[in-house]
Design a protein around this ligand. Structure first.
Ligand code: BTN
Length: 309
């Protein structure tokens, strides 16, 4: 009902009478008033005048009804510990492919390599539940598809020259805009589900905790709609799961066109070692191939990649 009411408001600039709303929605005028009150409680500025109602502004909160095509799959919470934990619990209970758990803020947001992901108000924090019908060894393709889709979304929406840093960070001018953490569960060599957690610095200021990070609002000098980023990202990513096209298979090749890692001198740190060399290529398993100073090649499977110079 909320998405229908908002749809009617957004189709016109005018005031809409309670009578027209009640006829269009097939509910009583008292019910219309109750729904309007609920929307107002959620932060929608709706003016009630003797002639009817008018939507003056909407909050930039990714409520499920703001995604009419996906409403049943979107789960929004003002605050959680980590969307990763909620999503994993939901996936284990059978949540559908492309379910999304979003949080306004996280009290225990986590990043790769056991780091903390600070999750203040204004950022976009969500975990996507995916059920790709693929064997375990192809699971990495999902992460490449997600970072590729996000990088394209940021480029198209903002015009910024965003690039992907291996494995899945999105950078703008060398500063981190977004990070991705992915976890999965498998059964009999097939992937049961993957939870892809994404944190994007949108209207928050991440520099307090991460001096080398940036947010879209800082880069563009104005707030950016989190709802729009999420909607566009989900649409973009969906195309990689179109089985007829088998697009997941093409992700590595496409990812290579949008990365800032290849051809650069990098250091990749893991808890065990640091490898420094020229980032030559990404192989068909998603591993980074480094050319070491002695000319030999080294395959790096995971780690924190830092671009030198
Ligand atoms: C990284 O760059 O280290 C990955 C950061 C991933 C952060 C996101 S925010 C939404 C989801 N919930 C979490 O606790 N982490 C991921």
């Amino acid at each position: 009902m909320k998405s229908k009411i908002l749809g009617l408001f957004r189709s016109t600039q005018d005031i809409i009478s309670g009578e027209i709303l009640s006829t269009a929605l097939g509910i009583s005028r008292v019910s219309v008033w109750k729904h309007i009150q609920k929307l107002q409680e959620c932060g929608y500025q709706i003016e009630a005048t003797p002639r009817g109602y008018q939507l003056l502004s909407s909050p930039d909160t990714p409520f499920p009804w703001e995604f009419p095509q996906r409403e049943g799959l979107i789960h929004y919470f003002p605050e959680v510990s980590s969307t990763m934990d909620i999503a994993k619990e939901m996936a284990r209970k059978g949540a559908s492919h492309f379910s999304v758990v979003i949080a306004g803020r996280q009290t225990s947001g986590r990043g790769r390599l056991r780091r903390t992901w600070y999750s203040d108000d204004g950022g976009l924090y969500f975990t996507l539940i995916l059920r790709p019908n693929i064997p375990l060894q192809w699971c990495f393709r999902v992460n490449f598809a997600a970072s590729l889709a996000l990088c394209r979304t940021v480029r198209r929406l903002t015009g910024l020259n965003a690039a992907v840093k291996w494995p899945n960070d999105i950078l703008v001018d060398g500063k981190k805009l977004s990070g991705m953490l992915s976890e999965m569960e498998a059964e009999a060599e097939m992937v049961s589900f993957v939870t892809v957690g994404i944190g994007i610095n949108v209207n928050n200021d991440p520099t307090e905790y991460e001096p080398t990070a940036c947010s879209l609002r800082q880069l563009l000098g104005k707030p950016v709609s989190r709802k729009e980023i999420l909607a566009r990202f989900l649409d973009e990513l969906q195309t990689y799961f179109d089985e007829a096209e088998d697009n997941l298979e093409k992700t590595i090749a496409e990812w290579k066109e949008i990365t800032c890692t290849l051809g650069r001198r990098v250091s990749v740190m893991t808890p065990l070692e640091t490898s420094t060399g020229l980032a030559l290529d990404i192989d068909s398993t998603g591993a980074l191939i480094l050319e070491l100073p002695d000319g030999s090649h080294k395959k790096v499977l995971y780690g924190d990649c830092m671009i030198q110079e």
